[in-house]
Design a protein around this ligand. Structure first.
Ligand code: ZN
Length: 195
């Protein structure tokens, strides 16, 4: 068990396409130990998702966990708008994502590899993900709302894409300034201010 350093933006490992894992590799002590270390790292951060490149490994592996206690800082309105609900810990290996909606929703979003910064990122409202779990079993996930956002964010990491690549870049802000100036404004209002 150990907490791994989370690499920060511009580290080349965050920009590479990752390698798919074989069943044999998934069952190896290296990958099983890496999953446990990533879980410790995600909980210590804390965050709701972590991809292997963020801890320096160019492998097609993601973990996700959105605990109810993380929602304490959000208002009931914010939770409802974001369609954010608790998601139990789970592992996604070699995931393939398909959008299930044409429409995208916009919210401020952060990344553990771009510490202390957030910005408005459009994401599909509904997605399907086909992947393997930590036992090498096939899993299909249908998700919407904030969970769909987390999946898109983390799976992007496996293809060298960061949220800043998809961001309405004028909205890019420190988390402190987000809280001070932008948090209580409607996204459409913010779009208008910057237009
Ligand atoms: Zn991220």
């Amino acid at each position: 068990m150990s907490i791994l350093p989370i690499v920060q933006t511009c580290d080349p490992v965050l920009r590479r396409n990752t390698k798919a894992l074989s069943l044999e590799e998934i069952k190896s002590p290296f990958i099983q130990d890496l999953i446990i270390d990533m879980q410790d790292t995600l909980r210590a951060a804390p965050g709701v998702g972590l991809a292997a490149p963020q801890v320096g490994h160019s492998l097609s592996l993601v973990i996700i966990e959105d605990c109810e206690e993380y929602h304490a800082n959000l208002t009931a309105k914010e939770l409802q708008e974001r369609e954010r609900k608790a998601v139990p810990f789970h592992v996604l290996i070699n995931p393939k994502l398909t959008p299930l909606s044409e429409s995208k929703v916009e919210f401020y979003e952060g990344c553990l590899s771009i510490k202390g910064m957030v910005g408005i990122v459009p994401r599909y409202h509904k997605v399907k993900v086909e992947c393997l779990n930590e036992f090498g079993e096939e899993v299909i996930i249908n998700a919407e709302g904030w969970y769909a956002r987390i999946l898109q964010h983390e799976i992007d990491h496996l293809h060298g894409t960061l949220n800043i690549d998809r961001m309405f870049i004028k909205s890019f802000t420190t988390f402190d300034n987000y809280n001070e100036f932008w948090r209580n404004k409607d996204i459409l209002e913010i779009r208008k201010i910057f237009s």
